[in-house]
Design a protein around this ligand. Structure first.
Ligand SMILES: Nc1ncnc2c1ncn2[C@@H]1O[C@H](COP(=O)(O)OP(=O)(O)OP(=O)(O)O)[C@@H](O)[C@H]1O
Ligand SMILES: [Mg+2]
Length: 349
């Protein structure tokens, strides 16, 4: 079991701009951690530094507390599966998968056994003799995974493992990665720009913007306790109402709202509530305000409503109701919008 810790990592390619900036994080052993962020935020750069394929400009990387900076990639026991899976085109599947063991000088017969084992693990038994060009994208991805796992690394680094796959293959690969990780208990760090993928696969998520760590924790934190408006928006947050916190209420242009469990200091904050947590009432009640239905969108499993508050000119509030909501609510109808106190979250403004 290997814990990976990053200490004040910095990386600059040109000696001027920091692509990774003062990045410190302890990645727990034996579970999947996702590095999540928009394109260009430095995810692949981070992964390459952990793999030993890139040197940090400053800072340290340690496996179980021991610095690995002086250990070259091939001895580091961290194997990276690349974004574009990079199989050797002229080698068969068996030769690709067995590559790491041949480099170590292991015997041919032993390699063949391990290759078959690995191909069974990634659900490609009997594919030994094929060439990469005779495989689908999803199959190539799985061969790349088998090639990484055969050397029994302590740390598995996956760069966008699902990005080149269509929806059906994605689900399959997702289940495969989860199954293999559970079976081998290997410390897995995966890079993705897709929050849904991170939520489904990872025990913890590290959210990154412009090379800086924004928030680290279990997926539920990013929905219920985001640390900034930007993180909240990345996870589908849409409702933000500025106001003033006065003890356990928020005073806003829409009215006053009782809050529970927001241990923020008094003063200016941004009230946020997820669209699926906003309730619609028939009559006025505490923590509610009158509003008009602006627009409705039926999305099959649910209905999205945009609501214009009547008490103040603000951004429309978005609400997700069940699918039947499309029939229940009419455009221009007046409703009472309720923010349940325990569903309100405050962000520092
Ligand atoms: N070899 C390089 N030389 C110079 N700049 C680079 C190099 N590799 C990456 N960069 C730059 O560093 C930044 C981070 O790149 P990186 O590949 O780590 O991003 P990423 O988060 O993996 O993005 P994506 O989701 O698009 O793969 C980008 O601005 C990129 O242009
Ligand atoms: Mg990348």
């Amino acid at each position: 079991m290997t814990e990976v810790s990053l200490h004040h990592l910095n990386k600059s390619y040109d000696g001027k701009t920091a692509v990774v900036n003062n990045f410190s994080l302890t990645i727990p052993s034996g579970q999947i951690t996702a590095l999540l962020g928009p394109s260009g935020c430095g995810k692949t750069t981070l992964l390459k530094m952990i793999a030993g394929l890139l040197e940090p400009t400053e800072g340290d990387i340690a496996f179980n507390g021991r610095s690995v900076l002086s250990i070259p990639a091939e001895k580091r026991s961290a194997v990276m599966v690349f974004q574009n899976h990079l199989l050797f085109p002229y080698m068969t599947v068996a030769e690709n998968v067995g590559f790491g063991l041949r480099m170590r000088g292991e015997k041919q017969a032993a390699i063949a056994d391990r290759v078959s084992e690995m191909l069974a693990l990634v659900k490609l038994p009997g594919y030994e003799k094929r060439k990469p060009k005779e495989l689908s994208g999803g199959q190539q991805q799985r061969v790349a995974l088998a090639r990484a796992l055969i050397v029994e690394p302590e740390v598995l680094l996956l760069d966008e493992p699902l990005s080149n796959l269509d929806a059906h293959l994605r689900d399959e690969m997702r289940d495969l990665i989860l199954g293999i990780q559970r079976k081998l208990g290997i410390t897995t760090i995966m890079v993705t720009h897709d929050q849904e993928e991170a939520v489904i696969l990872a025990r913890n998520i590290a959210m990154i913007f412009e090379g800086e760590l924004q928030q680290f924790g279990p997926p539920v934190d990013f929905y219920e306790r985001p640390l900034s408006e930007r993180v909240a928006r990345f996870f589908g947050g849409v409702n933000f109402v500025p106001g003033e916190k006065q003890n356990n209420k928020m005073v806003t242009a829409l009215g006053e709202f009782e809050t529970i469990g927001c241990s923020k200091e008094n003063g200016a904050h941004l009230l946020t509530i997820r669209p699926e947590n906003v309730e619609i009432l028939d009559q006025s009640a505490p923590n509610s305000f009158p509003a008009r239905v602006l627009s409705r969108m039926y999305v099959g499993t649910h209905t999205r409503l945009k609501i214009q508050p009547e008490t103040a000119v603000t951004q429309p509030i978005e609400i997700i109701t069940d699918a039947a909501g499309i029939h229940t609510y009419q455009e221009t109808q007046t409703v009472y919008i309720h923010f349940p106190p325990d569903k309100i979250w405050l962000l520092s403004n």
